[in-house]
Design a protein around this ligand. Structure first.
Ligand SMILES: NC(=O)C1=CN([C@@H]2O[C@H](COP(=O)(O)OP(=O)(O)OC[C@H]3O[C@@H](n4cnc5c(N)ncnc54)[C@H](OP(=O)(O)O)[C@@H]3O)[C@@H](O)[C@H]2O)C=CC1
Ligand SMILES: O=C(O)C1=N[C@H](C(=O)O)C[C@H](O)C1
Length: 234
């Protein structure tokens, strides 16, 4: 397939390597908002830019009816608007806060554990995420997805970054350490013991491979999708 990479940074470059390994052609590599003329021969766009610009990029891609995969985090206040634009243009859009197979399996585990733990209020839950120091957003998109899965399965209504202003909220602790690709831990603590699940990414390769598999999967489809659709986890 002919692929446009929108956001040719750390992830864009990792994605390019996998695309070439899998026999695809990279026909555009953009570190700016795409224009209609960039998209003439494009089968699928893969967008990994930054929280400030993602919405504008996605709008152009979907208005030009380009099936689009987005992994950019920190722009989700606009998600409903993007879903509407996608629908109005009969286009195809897939968003994932994390494209790695391991994290998507970890999401299933988190969901199951949250359901189980909801019956035991003596355990208090918290999330920790660790990423490299260049990351612009906090908490990570993955930590927000983990928090949402816990809230869907418990009485907790809100998550909160770093400090605890309310005992009722789910705390997310965000740490920034040089070169860490992404580590997420969900832990439940009682006076007696603790239960912990943890995912550690060793490289960005898993995120990049997942994004390419999603691009291959979405070609020829219409609608809004997630990695659950790609991996058959629905
Ligand atoms: N969902 C997932 O699985 C994963 C998601 N991510 C997310 O992906 C995003 C990118 O991460 P990463 O590659 O590490 O970040 P980088 O900062 O390495 O790359 C971002 C790139 O976007 C470019 N850019 C700036 N403005 C625009 C624009 N208007 N349009 C298109 N591109 C632009 C930057 O160019 P310049 O340097 O010239 O400004 C840079 O090359 C982040 O939001 C991150 O959280 C990361 C890993 C996995
Ligand atoms: O910025 C990153 O690097 C990552 N971002 C994603 C997130 O915010 O969850 C996914 C991964 O953890 C790496």
């Amino acid at each position: 397939m002919n692929i446009a990479i929108v956001g040719y940074g750390k992830m864009g470059k990792a994605i390019e390597e996998i695309l070439i390994e899998r026999g695809h052609q990279v026909v555009a590599k953009l570190n700016r908002k795409p224009k209609a003329e960039d998209l003439k021969d494009v089968d699928v766009a893969i967008e990994f830019s930054n929280p400030e610009v993602a919405f504008e990029n996605l709008k152009v891609l979907l208005e030009n009816k380009i099936p689009t995969i987005s992994g950019t985090t920190g722009w989700l206040a606009h998600l409903e608007e993007i879903k509407t634009i996608n629908q109005e243009n009969n286009a195809a859009f897939l968003y994932g806060s994390n494209f790695s197979l391991g994290v998507n399996l970890f999401f299933e585990l988190n969901h199951h554990l949250a359901k189980l733990m909801a019956k035991y209020p003596e355990y208090k839950v918290e999330i920790e995420e660790i990423h490299h120091t260049q990351k612009l957003d906090a908490p990570s998109g993955t930590a927000i997805s983990l928090a949402e899965q816990i809230m869907e399965n418990s009485a907790i209504k809100n998550w909160e970054l770093d400090s605890k202003t309310s005992e009722e909220n789910l705390p997310i602790y965000a740490k920034r350490i040089d070169h860490v690709p992404g580590t997420h831990t969900v832990s439940y603590h009682s006076e007696i013991d603790s239960i912990e699940i943890k995912h550690t990414a060793h490289t960005r390769k898993g995120f990049a491979l997942g994004a390419v598999l999603a691009a291959e999967w979405i070609h020829g489809k219409q609608g809004f999708f997630t990695m659950k659709d790609v991996l058959g986890l629905n």
